[in-house]
Structure formats: C-alpha cells, structure tokens
Design a protein around this ligand. Sequence first.
Ligand code: IMP
Length: 201
Amino acid sequence: MDIVFATGNAHKATEAGNALGKSFTLIMPKDLGITEEIPENGDTLESNALEKAQYLWNKLGKSCFADDTGLEVDALGGAPGVYSARYAGPSKGSEANMEKLLAELEAASERNGAPVKRSARFRTVIALIMDGKVTTFEGICEGEIACQKRGDQGFGYDPVFLPCECNGKSMAELTLQEKNAISHRGKAMRKLSEYLNSCIK
Ligand code: IMP
C-alpha cells in the first residue's frame, strides 16, 4: 500500500520506513511535486500534525500521515515542546538548539542555587488521514538531558538526550534499530503500523 509521509527529513523517512515494514511504500511529498514547506502554525503537537496531514490530503486526496515531535524538559516548564524546531530562532539549526537548551538548564541551576532535575521526554504525535478520516497516535520516550553532546547518529536533539533504557548512552550513540526500538517516533509508528495492517486485512 502506498502512503504519503509529510516530511522532507530523510532521517525521519528512514526511521518511519523501518518501523512500517514491507507492506507499505512510503512516498515523500517532493516525489509528488510538492516542494513548498508544509505549513505548521499550531500551538500543540496534535494541531501541527493534523495541519500537515490535512494540507496533503486536501492537495492529493491520498492516504497520508504527518508527525510532530517536541522535547519537553521538566525544569524548563515543558519547553521547548512544540517550539523545539525553532528554539534558538527561526533560521537556526540543531546545533544552536542544543547549545541553547544546555545554556538554559545551566541558567536554571544557577537561579536555583543547585543543579536542577534534567528529566525530559520526547513526544511524537502522528495524524493519519485515510478516506478523509483522521486518526492520531502518540509515542513517548522518557529520559534526561545530558550535560554535553555525545554521538553522531540520528538527528536533532539526539546527542543531548539520554533515554532511560540506555544506561547513559545518548540517543545519538544508538544504531537506527536501537533508536527505533525505544524512541517516541518508533512507538508512535508501531501504533500506526498496527492500525494500517488491521485496515488492509
Ligand atoms: P519536527 O517534528 O520535525 O517539527 O521536529 C521538531 C524538532 O524536534 C526539530 O528540531 C527536530 O530536529 C527535533 N526532533 C524531531 N524528532 C527528533 C528525534 O527523533 N530526535 C531528536 N530530535 C528530534
């Protein structure tokens, strides 16, 4: 079955393809001539995922899904959360975002007069549209923010995120398979996969 994934991020597409398995062919919007940035103006992960999926459904009328992910850091009141991609500013990338995150935790510890808790979680919401019907799936990965970056796999905030299950390894020190087994996106994708498989039976 063909399904369109609202992303231009090759890392995400590989992770999603790996989780969905062989019954599904993932199509990227650019393969269908959609080269513009897909809008995401919501203030929750749910509304962003839905907005992106709806945009593709309206344009293509094909089964499609979109995800939105946020890193929620407890000592920062859940920030950067839905604003994770633009944390250090609209035109900044992952390096600047991680630097800002480490600096904010440092500043919070200074204000507190003692080290603050570094607990955090990645949360992914996937919105699927099939035959005009919307279904959403969620995946959460609990962990901590490291004091410095480690590892060169994955993308985004992976080098500063230490998943609970990984004995101090950062997410960027995991193989793709290891990351998928425990990650927010892996969990949400497996729920999506189960649902899609139940639909094609
Ligand atoms: P979005 O879901 O692509 O909008 O991602 C929001 C922000 O979270 C971006 O800065 C991404 O780089 C980051 N992000 C999304 N997924 C992951 C992940 O699996 N690991 C690390 N960072 C991620």
